[in-house]
Design a protein around this ligand. Structure first.
Ligand SMILES: C[S@@+](CC[C@H](N)C(=O)[O-])C[C@H]1O[C@@H](n2cnc3c(N)ncnc32)[C@H](O)[C@@H]1O
Length: 282
């Protein structure tokens, strides 16, 4: 029977041609297969895998060698301290999106009377589910064009015990969303179409989750237009953007909301990451 130590070596070698973080990925894979923390995997090289675990490891290594990203192979990934089920129908959650969630939580905690939120383009549901899990009286509407994404997001909401506070809507951005919202948050596709061809992620993640049109801001501009009638007075709109879109996004925001306070907020690496639009109160 294969030991954990040998399995780590085998997985690391299989991953090395496909990943710059092969050793870490191998540990994550073994932790998932053994259902133990990564620290346990590192501390127990002598432990033995069961035949079933060995088979799962081989299968996972084959898929990884085909270039399938580790989160899809595992079928789950972590975001903001929680585990989310994942399929190739949705974007893999990115740590950058935690910046948007941090700002949303900070605002919600500072505005205890504002509890209607929308997550536009919810994907796996990470934004809506995290906000609802962190803010117990929050009510959210999560939209996506993709029925498969909405099904998975709902599953994640059930797993995290917040399904009764999130409404799911298959629609174009906020087109069919009823009423108005105190907070609208969105991580919409923002990669320029022409850049997609040369991006490795585009080979495995859904195009509808990545393609932001000619300059990457097409969906963001459309949401800005829709949000004018959906954002409550005194509300906040938070949109994730690419590091090089700060100025163009700010201009688009001011065109749609000339009286708003518009800011571009950085991520932990200091790069432009979130467009924040605060609407004056009633
Ligand atoms: C970049 S992914 C983000 C997913 C998730 N919010 C996250 O942060 O991981 C964008 C999502 O927007 C959805 N989407 C794309 N165009 C849309 C549209 N016009 N209306 C609603 N959702 C859309 C995609 O299906 C995808 O799930």
């Amino acid at each position: 029977m294969l030991t954990v130590g040998h399995a780590l070596t085998q997985a690391r070698e299989a991953l090395a041609p496909h990943s710059e973080t092969a050793a870490l990925d191998a540990q994550t894979l073994l932790a998932a297969i053994t259902r133990r923390p990564r620290a346990w995997v590192l501390a127990h090289p002598e432990a033995r895998l069961t035949p079933c675990q060995h088979r799962r490891l081989n299968r996972a290594c084959t898929r990884l060698a085909q270039g399938i990203p580790l989160p899809y192979v595992l079928g789950r990934w972590h975001f903001y301290g929680r585990e989310f089920a994942l399929t190739p129908a949705v974007l893999i959650p990115r740590p950058e999106t935690e910046t948007l969630v941090e700002h949303a939580l900070q605002w919600l905690r500072g505005h205890p009377g504002r509890r209607r939120a929308a997550d536009v383009g919810t994907g796996s549901g990470i934004i809506a589910v995290t906000l609802a899990a962190e803010i117990p009286d929050l009510r959210a509407t999560a939209t996506d064009r993709s029925a498969a994404a909405l099904g998975l997001a709902r599953l994640n909401a059930v797993r995290h015990g917040v399904a009764d506070r999130i409404a799911w809507l298959q629609t174009d951005l906020l087109a069919a969303a009823p009423g108005s919202y105190d907070l609208i948050a969105a991580n919409l596709p923002y990669i320029p179409t022409a850049a997609l061809a040369s991006l490795p992620v585009a080979r495995h993640e859904p195009r509808e989750a990545l393609d932001g049109g000619p300059d990457g801001l097409a969906l963001i501009r459309r949401l800005l237009a829709q949000a004018r009638s959906r954002l409550a007075p005194g509300g906040l709109l938070l949109l994730e953007i690419a590091a090089d879109q700060g100025e163009a996004a700010r201009v688009a925001a001011l065109a749609a909301f000339p009286k708003a306070e518009v800011r571009v907020l950085p991520d932990l690496a200091g790069r432009d990451r979130v467009l924040a639009i605060a609407i004056p109160g009633a």
